[in-house]
Design a binder for this molecule. Structure first.
Ligand code: SF4
Length: 736
């Protein structure tokens, strides 16, 4: 068979790089960056090449598994769905809708079939027990932006190709290529920034890979970002440096913010931050006086008890320095499809709501329709009305990725029934009674639903399947079948017929007298692809089913194998605002009300030694440790310790140390590094692949240790429910 060439968006991280993939005789022979991709321009990282390893991984599940007598045994799809129908429907009838929980993980967002059909499953279940990885690291940013701009996904990102000063706080885009900011080849873009005379400044407890190429690095105590940012906002007001710039007409609440931060002087926060007051003032001055500047913050600022406050203050700074919605500042992408801030009436909306219900045990408020994933174990363990007795997981491994993994593992083992949609028999899915295998990313088509809304440049790119789908259901069909079963339908129900009927109904409701035109235009399509055709054509660049002949259609996007460039980011205020007032709400009352908690915390001493996570370019959460290309090389699950701490605590490089606190203890290999701030230890998360019953052969050879054993699942940001993963107090001692 002749070699064929395919183009695919890399699904392994948020950067969404375009790949060129060569296939011969049904096997992948080469993977490299697609030089013609207008968005990623040929860039890839080592993870992309491991897509071949992922596809070929003998441990990747190809058939459903049913647990019988404690062992997972291969089963047919019909047998698996029949087992689910038998047990799930009985359980729902006996215990009600809230007894079935769902949990969804990060890989879902990279699969538009899962992403577009998971909400249908959750809606049909009608359970309030919906959990996701969002409450591990990103919901504070979405909440603060939702309150300020009116929608969860209206998140400004740095306009990196035009900025002159980029301040990066608690993020390591050189390793991640952006998070809540899709920016492939961050390193190249940072170099270009410096080449045109601009500056990159990093604020982080570790001298990260990003800090190493920066013009300045300020080491900050973990968890102190809220104080640092509040002091910068204070400094703006104290010196009269605040200016609203292009969005001045649309900003409400400036005076409220001025009053709220009045006590947070640089002098008041300096010791707690570990950054001198003068440095805070100078950085604020630079930000205020640089015409094109942007502040970007991420994981470190979100994964703490003040995550929402810190995320909010980042954009308060961007607004008050006149850098919001202007070239070179932070701007709002305009995605071709699936973006709520391109729908409905421009300029105002309903805004967002939280707390429409609370979790049963802890009373944690609902955010984005979800409960914090740190509530999952207690909802399973705690007896009473609406106790969770069954769980459906989709591409998630909370035993390794959420705080107090051992407790989650025990809770999962106690469930009456568990179904997992996953490509691996891993530390979480080993508890499932039925596992339905997901697809290799090379076997399904894809259009990015979320990250085009966070991209450094506007684009539309579609990926056709690289390799054929085997004789098995697509992932959207799996979720639709689960939804049908949850609705009481038999296991052999025709999901394609359900999908057709639901689509026709939705189109009738949305398009009324024009519904027939839409249905005719989408004939021959099904599932997420049909949905994509609809939203592309009715989206901001769409052809509106022929009314704008130059507009986008699915066929046009498909025809552009490397994607379509939709240009640099453009100002979007006030068009994208969806707050009820039609304003940028600079001072949401819920956030102002939380500031006194931060002030009180500032008065208490910080722990002497704390742990933080870290990102490695060859890893992403828990699921890439079984791929030979990424697993080779030096051990990555090491505890980085500053030389002064190592000397004080008698720790030796390469030797094991016991890291402990009230939550638990682990034993990790020590790596001594002057890149660490004294008093801070760094350990990556997602490791600990030595649990019985998993089938991750390679990962088990170098399992690493589970950082999340040390994390207390009762510690959350009270506003967003986000887990506290950063700045957790520990002790560390050598194992002699
Ligand atoms: S940075 Fe690497 S893993 Fe992420 S999308 Fe690009 S190639 Fe894939």
């Amino acid at each position: 068979m002749p070699q064929t060439t395919h183009y695919r968006i890399c699904p392994l991280c948020e950067a969404c790089c375009g790949l060129e993939i060569k296939v011969q005789d049904g096997a992948v022979t080469h993977i490299r960056g697609d030089a013609n991709d207008p968005f990623s321009q040929g860039y890839i990282c080592p993870k992309a090449v491991a897509l071949k390893d992922l596809h070929d991984d003998p441990d990747r599940l190809r058939t459903p598994l049913i647990k019988r007598n404690g062992r997972h045994e291969p089963a047919t799809w019909d047998e698996a769905f029949a087992e689910i129908a038998r047990r799930l429907q009985t359980l729902q009838a006996a215990h009600g809708r809230h007894a079935v929980a769902v949990a969804v993980g990060n890989p879902t967002v990279h699969k538009y079939g899962l992403m577009s059909y998971f909400p249908k499953l959750a809606r049909v279940l009608g359970t309030r027990n919906v959990f996701s990885a969002s409450s591990l690291d990103q919901v504070p940013k979405q909440l603060s932006c939702g309150l300020m701009f009116g929608h969860w996904m209206t998140v400004p990102v740095p306009d990196i190709s035009r900025t002159q000063l980029l301040v990066v706080i608690g993020a390591n885009p050189l390793a991640s290529n952006g998070s809540m900011w899709t920016v492939p080849d961050f390193k190249g873009k940072a170099k270009a920034l410096q080449a045109r005379g601009g500056r990159l400044v990093v604020v982080d407890p570790r001298r990260t890979e990003t800090a190493a190429v920066a013009d300045a690095h300020h080491a900050i105590r973990p968890g102190a970002d809220v104080f640092f940012l509040a002091a910068m906002v204070h400094t703006l007001f104290a010196n009269g440096w605040e200016r609203l710039g292009a969005v001045s007409e649309w900003v409400a609440g400036v005076e409220d913010v001025r009053r709220a931060v009045s006590a947070f002087t640089p002098e008041a926060v300096a010791v707690r931050c570990g950054i001198a007051a003068d440095t805070i003032v100078e950085l604020t001055r630079a930000l205020a006086h640089t015409e094109r500047a942007a502040v970007y913050a991420r994981i470190g600022t979100c994964t703490q008890t003040f995550g929402t406050l810190a995320s909010w203050l980042v954009d308060v700074l961007n607004v008050l320095t006149g850098h919001l919605d202007v070239p070179g500042g932070v701007m709002f992408p305009k995605a071709a499809a699936f973006a709520s801030n391109t729908l409905g009436t421009s300029g105002s909306g309903r805004g967002i709501a939280t707390g429409r219900h609370a979790s049963r045990v802890s009373g944690a408020p609902e955010v984005m329709g979800e409960q914090p994933i740190t509530c999952l174990a207690e909802e399973i363990e705690t007896a009473g009305q609406d106790q969770v007795r069954a769980l459906i997981t989709v591409a998630t491994n909370p035993v390794l990725s959420a705080p107090n993994g051992p407790r989650i593992s025990r809770a999962l083992a106690s469930l009456d029934f568990m179904v997992s949609v996953d490509i691996y028999l891993n530390e979480t899915t080993r508890h499932a009674d039925v596992i339905l295998p997901g697809l290799s990313p090379l076997q399904d088509d894809h259009f990015d639903m979320m990250f085009a809304q966070l991209s450094w440049r506007n684009h539309a790119r579609y990926s056709a399947p690289v390799l054929p789908l085997e004789d098995r259901p697509a992932e959207w069909q799996i979720l639709l079948k689960l939804a049908a079963i949850a609705q009481g339908q038999p296991a052999d129900v025709d999901v394609n017929a359900i999908d057709d009927a639901q689509f026709a109904k939705d189109v009738q409701r949305q398009f009324g007298p024009h519904a027939d035109t839409v249905l005719q235009a989408t004939q021959g399509l099904s599932g997420p692809q049909r949905l994509l055709e609809l939203v592309l054509r009715t989206g901001p660049y769409g052809d509106e089913f022929g009314r704008k002949p130059d507009g986008l259609t699915l066929a046009k996007v498909q025809a552009a194998s490397s994607g379509i460039d939709l240009g640099e980011l453009q100002p979007r205020v006030p068009e994208l605002l969806r707050t009820p007032s039609g304003k940028i709400e600079l001072a949401p009352p819920a956030l102002l009300a939380d500031l006194p908690r931060a002030w009180a915390d500032l008065q208490t001493p910080a722990p002497e030694l704390v742990v933080i996570g870290r990102r490695d370019v060859r890893s992403n959460n828990s699921w890439m440790h079984n791929l030979p290309l990424l697993a080779k090389g030096p051990m990555r699950c090491t505890a980085l310790v500053h030389p002064s701490d190592a000397a004080r605590l008698q720790l030796q490089a390469g030797k094991l140390a016991r890291i402990s606190n009230a939550s638990g203890q682990i034993e990790a290999q020590v790596e001594i590094s002057a890149d660490m701030m004294p008093g801070v230890v760094s350990l990556p998360h997602g490791w600990g692949h030595d649990l019985p019953g998993s089938q991750l052969t390679l990962a088990a050879q170098r399992p690493g240790v589970n950082l999340n054993v040390l994390l207390d699942d009762s510690q959350r940001d009270p506003l967003s429910g986000n887990a506290v993963l950063s700045g957790v107090a520990i002790q560390i001692q050598p194992i002699l």
